[in-house]
Design a protein around this ligand. Structure first.
Ligand SMILES: [Mn+2]
Length: 357
C-alpha cells in the first residue's frame, strides 16, 4: 500500500529522526517554496525510496503571517502544526549521511550557507548562480513556478499524483503566474501544460482558487510594519556585505499611516538584523498595480555601488522622500519605481554582480 500524502505529512515529526534528505525551500517561505518542498519530499520518499522530509525555511512563529498558505493547507485538511520549520531542525546536528535538496532557490541563504557541502540537489526557477554543478537533480529553469518543475518530476517518473498534491501544486502555479495570465507573461508553456494536467486531477475552479488565494495573500489587516517586513523577507551575504530585501504589499503613504514612527521602525529593523542595507520593495495593487522602493542604509562600503545599480539598471526610480541621513539609523530614501516588471528576482542577481564594482 502506497503511503498517502496526508499520512506522510501527519507523520513528519517522527520522520525527522530517520530522514536521509531534507528538502528545503527558500527563506521567503512563500506558497511555491512550501508546497514544492512538501510534494517533492513526498515523491522522494514514496517513489525513489529515499526517506525525505520537507523543511519550511522560516521560523514556526512567522508562518502564520502567510495567510494564503494557511488557508490552502487547512482547506486540504493539512495541519500546519504537523509541518517542520527551520527552527525545528538542529542544522548543526544533522547526521553526517544526510543531504539537502534546495527547492525554489539555488544559492543557500545565510542560515544554510555553513551546510553547503551537504547540497546534492536543486529544483528552482531563479537566476542560476552556477553553484553545485554536480548536483542531481539539478533542474533550474526559468518557468513561472517551481511547482511546475516538481509536477514535471511526478509526470516524468509516472508517479501517481493524488488530489491533494495536485491541488497544492496547482495553487502555487496559479498564484505565481497570476492565473496563467498572458498579459503578465509569467507563465511559460511548461506552466500551462502542468496546470492543465493538475487541473484535470483535482477538478477545481482555477479562477476562483486563484482569486481566493490572492485575496488572502493581500489580506494584511492588523499586521504591523515589522510583521509586514518579516512576512516576505530574504537576507543575503555578498562578501562581507549583509543585506536584506523585503517585499511589502502597501505603498509608502499607507506604511506611514500604519506606523507614525516608520523611519525609526525601518532603521531599527536594519540594525536589528545587522544589515548594511535593507531594500523594501513596495507593491500596491489598488487602484492599480504600482511599485515603490525604500532603501535604508548605513554609510558603508556598499552604498556607492548599491545606488549605482538602482540608478542605472532601469528601475526608473524617482525620489519621493529623503530622510537626509542626519541620524545614523535614519539614512532612508523612498522612491517611486516606474518600471513595474523589476522585482526582487531581478534586483538580487544585479546586486550580487555589481555590489563590488
Ligand atoms: Mn518560486
Amino acid at each position: 500500500m502506497i503511503l498517502s500524502f496526508q499520512d506522510y505529512l501527519s507523520s513528519l515529526q517522527e520522520r525527522a529522526d530517520t530522514f536521509r534528505v531534507a528538502v528545503i525551500g527558500n527563506e521567503a517561505a512563500d506558497l511555491d517554496s512550501t508546497v514544492s518542498s512538501l510534494c517533492y519530499a513526498y515523491l522522494s520518499t514514496t517513489h525513489y525510496n529515499i526517506p525525505a522530509i520537507p523543511v519550511i525555511n522560516c521560523l514556526r512563529s512567522d508562518f502564520f503571517l502567510r495567510r494564503e498558505i494557511h488557508y490552502l493547507l487547512l482547506k486540504k485538511s493539512i495541519n500546519p502544526e504537523d509541518l517542520l520549520f527551520i527552527d525545528d531542525m538542529k542544522l548543526e546536528e544533522l547526521p553526517a549521511t544526510s543531504t539537502l535538496i534546495l527547492i525554489d532557490h539555488n544559492c543557500p541563504g545565510i542560515s544554510l550557507a555553513p551546510y553547503s557541502e551537504k547540497v546534492t540537489g536543486i529544483i528552482d526557477h531563479h537566476y542560476d548562480s552556477g553553484l553545485f554543478q554536480t548536483a542531481f537533480p539539478r533542474i533550474i529553469q526559468k518557468v513561472g513556478s517551481t511547482a511546475t518543475l516538481v509536477a514535471q518530476e511526478f509526470v516524468k517518473v509516472g508517479a501517481l499524483i493524488d488530489k491533494d498534491v495536485a491541488g497544492l501544486l496547482l495553487a502555487a502555479i496559479l498564484l505565481d503566474t497570476l492565473n496563467l495570465s498572458q498579459r503578465q507573461k509569467k507563465a511559460t508553456a511548461a506552466d500551462n501544460a502542468m496546470a492543465s494536467v493538475l487541473m484535470e486531477i483535482c477538478t477545481v475552479d482555477g479562477k476562483r482558487l486563484f482569486e481566493t488565494l490572492q485575496q488572502k495573500r493581500f489580506d494584511i489587516d492588523n499586521m504591523s510594519v515589522v510583521d509586514l517586513l518579516r512576512r516576505d523577507y530574504k537576507e543575503y551575504q555578498s562578501g562581507k556585505i549583509r543585506y536584506g530585501i523585503a517585499v511589502v504589499f502597501l505603498d509608502t503613504v499607507s506604511l506611514f499611516q500604519r506606523d507614525e514612527n516608520l523611519l525609526r521602525t525601518l532603521g531599527e529593523y536594519r540594525i536589528g538584523r545587522n544589515l548594511e542595507f535593507l531594500v523594501v520593495m513596495l507593491v500596491a495593487i489598488s487602484p492599480r498595480f504600482r511599485r515603490e522602493m525604500v532603501v535604508v542604509w548605513d554609510d558603508g562600503t556598499a552604498q556607492d555601488s548599491l545606488f549605482k545599480v538602482l540608478q542605472e539598471k532601469g528601475f526608473g526610480l524617482s525620489l519621493l522622500r529623503d530622510s537626509g541621513g542626519s541620524e545614523t539609523n535614519r539614512s532612508i530614501r523612498m522612491y517611486n519605481q516606474a518600471n513595474e516588471t523589476l522585482s526582487r528576482k531581478v534586483l538580487h542577481p544585479l546586486l550580487t554582480k555589481y555590489l563590488f564594482t
